[in-house]
Design a protein around this ligand. Structure first.
Ligand SMILES: Nc1nc2c(ncn2[C@@H]2O[C@H](COP(=O)(O)OP(=O)(O)OP(=O)(O)O)[C@@H](O)[C@H]2O)c(=O)[nH]1
Ligand SMILES: [Mg+2]
Length: 341
């Protein structure tokens, strides 16, 4: 082999080497991100933000000794699960799986609980499918319906939506005043029957809905505040059914959604409440309130497992911004304090 050929081969190898080095060092262009399907990206995000340290991270503090010792003691875990209001059925399932798996308890619970709540995070945006989109907000008294509506109104207003609120809780005059004040402060349009002091209490809520929906025909979305109680002995559920029928008369198809507000501090009772409401008015979703006071986190899992309805929002305080879209994975990670604060 003559020397010219050898030099040629040497130069060729050198060039190939340089090319390989250049390719290795070349910054990687990011791949197109496939359609991401997280509620955080489909639900409007703006002012309302999660508290820097999730206020519900206390919910499983009673589990800490067991988690840190990585104990798999059957009796201790059985008690811990029941005490956290998981309910006997779910507690049994979780305990059985925990004892079977090789995973440490913490990783096991984080992964199983995420799995249970994953379908609770809906991928739909129901308020985009109808105009005006009408949503009834229902629940027993004191759970946080009125304050949640004001928070939601402010939330969606920030997204550029035209929001109307109908005050159909005619049980107390104070209730109408409360929501009217809240709406005024948040700059949201409000409607209720304007009657004299004595008459405004006890007005037929269905007639308020009838007029309210007409009044807000120009809006993008209408939230209807309902009562948890009635003046008459009439059954609340029958009254809610009538309210639905009346809404449908004004705008066929309305209400498009019926969201149940549940006070997350109420424990097991709220599961029963949710079943009763669902039976009567076919709920299309849940809102969890008072998450800042949640001490028995298991009830959220029990509620979702029983009802299988999307959880749309969580309210976690008394300020108008204390509301966040529900994100199942983050929620579970916060329960175990896994996310950086
Ligand atoms: N800490 C905390 N308090 C809340 C939250 N949501 C509501 N509240 C409080 O709970 C109380 C009841 O709230 P309302 O909004 O009036 O409840 P409601 O369901 O409309 O009650 P009724 O109209 O009587 O049926 C009020 O003192 C609210 O400030 C929350 O997320 N966290
Ligand atoms: Mg109210």
């Amino acid at each position: 082999m003559n020397s010219e050929l050898l030099i040629g081969i040497g130069i060729g190898l050198l060039l190939i080497g340089l090319l390989v080095l250049w390719l290795l060092k070349k910054p990687k262009t990011s791949l197109p991100v496939s359609k991401v399907e997280r509620a955080s990206e489909i639900l409007p995000q703006s002012t309302p933000s999660l508290p820097s340290k999730a206020k519900w991270s206390k919910a499983f503090t009673s589990w800490l000794p067991l988690l840190s010792s990585a104990s798999k003691d059957r009796e201790q875990w059985e008690e811990a699960l029941i005490r956290s209001d998981m309910g006997p059925k779910l507690a049994d399932q979780l305990l059985g799986d925990l004892l079977k798996t090789d995973m440490e308890p913490k990783s096991f619970f984080v992964s199983r609980l995420k799995e249970i709540l994953r379908p609770a995070q809906s991928q739909q945006l129901p308020w985009e499918s109808n105009r005006p989109w009408v949503c009834f907000v229902v629940g027993v008294n004191g759970v946080g319906k009125t304050s949640t509506i004001v928070k939601l109104g402010a939330y969606f207003k920030q997204m550029g939506k035209k929001v109307g609120v109908v005050g159909a809780d005619t049980f107390r005059k104070a209730a109408i005043e409360q929501i009217e004040r809240g709406c005024q402060m948040a700059g949201i349009e409000f409607f209720s029957e304007k009657k004299s002091d004595e008459e405004s209490e006890g007005v037929d809520p269905s007639s308020v809905i009838f007029d309210g929906l007409k009044h807000f025909a120009h809006c993008d979305m209408i939230f209807v505040d309902t009562s948890g109680r009635l003046h008459t002995k009439k059954n609340l559920m029958e009254e809610l059914k009538k309210m639905k029928r009346v809404a449908d008369k004004v705008q066929p198809g309305a209400p498009h959604d019926v969201w149940l507000v549940v006070d997350s501090t109420l424990g097991q009772n709220l599961v029963q409440q949710a079943l009763v409401f669902n039976e009567a008015v076919q709920l299309s979703g849940l809102i969890l309130t008072k998450m800042d006071g949640l001490s028995k986190g298991g009830v959220i899992f029990q509620l979702f497992q029983t009802l299988q309805k999307p959880i749309w929002f969580m309210a976690h305080g008394e300020n108008v911004n204390d509301i966040s879209p529900f994100e199942s994975e983050n929620f579970v990670e916060d329960l175990f304090d896994l996310r950086a604060s």
